[in-house]
Write a protein that binds this ligand. Sequence first.
Ligand SMILES: NC(=O)c1ccc[n+]([C@@H]2O[C@H](COP(=O)([O-])OP(=O)(O)OC[C@H]3O[C@@H](n4cnc5c(N)ncnc54)[C@H](O)[C@@H]3O)[C@@H](O)[C@H]2O)c1
Length: 251
Amino acid sequence: MGRFEGHVALVTGGASGIGRATWRRLAAEGATVVVSDVDGRSAAEISAEIAALGARGRFIRQDVRDRAQWQAIMAEIRAGFGRLDVLVNSAGILREGTVEDTDLATWRQVMAVNLDGTFWGCQAAIPLLKESGRGAIVNLSSVSGLKGDLELAAYDASKGAVRLLSKEVALFCARQGYPVRCNSVHPGVVETPMVSTFFTTAKLSDAANWTQPIGRSVRPEEVAGMIAWLASAEASFVTGAEYVIDGGITA
Ligand SMILES: NC(=O)c1ccc[n+]([C@@H]2O[C@H](COP(=O)([O-])OP(=O)(O)OC[C@H]3O[C@@H](n4cnc5c(N)ncnc54)[C@H](O)[C@@H]3O)[C@@H](O)[C@H]2O)c1
């Protein structure tokens, strides 16, 4: 029996990177996976990937910025699967910009996906997670939510806010007596399309700032392992906590 037999998990941003590695890991351990992403081009590919793994689940196109779409996806999950045990908020975007040169449109865009999307997700999922009797939310923050970078004003602010939003959700659920835990994960530099695109286009003034003491990037599968543990019954007393996986950046 896998750790997630009988569980239903929703992973946002599941078309790529950490989200993709996470739902594959949860599925491998028995979960029924609902994979969502704004990137609808991946729908057929992801549905085929779920089937090829011999897993249960489906892809649903979703823009996490849109509260109505969150309500719709929860209704679909209730109708199609009858429960939700795990929510992983992995959808996110990275935009370069200092406090001086970040324009309002960029600021709003980053906040809308990274922060509003996570907030709407937590809010929309709590009723179903509560009903499951063992709900777990894992939110993707970053080392950039723990310390400043030189040129990521909006991203750092959004990820710092995700860190504290996660604690707020955790405390609220605990004090209400809801069986829902919520934690944040803080990766360093992970080998995903987000980062490979960023490092080829960014005009960073301090590349050394990105060096990780363990001299390599984190693999998405390593982050997925941490997320899976946090979502599992093994972490049943862990809530409101921040889990760093950064090869020593913040040590
Ligand atoms: N890669 C890293 O080094 C790193 C480090 C720390 C934290 N993170 C965080 O981990 C999460 C996943 O990042 P990744 O590296 O896998 O990135 P990625 O770009 O590989 O995947 C992100 C996914 O989010 C989706 N997405 C973007 N906007 C969306 C929206 N409005 N609605 C729904 N989906 C949307 C994209 O289509 C993409 O499939 C992000 O929140 C990111 O900030 C990444």
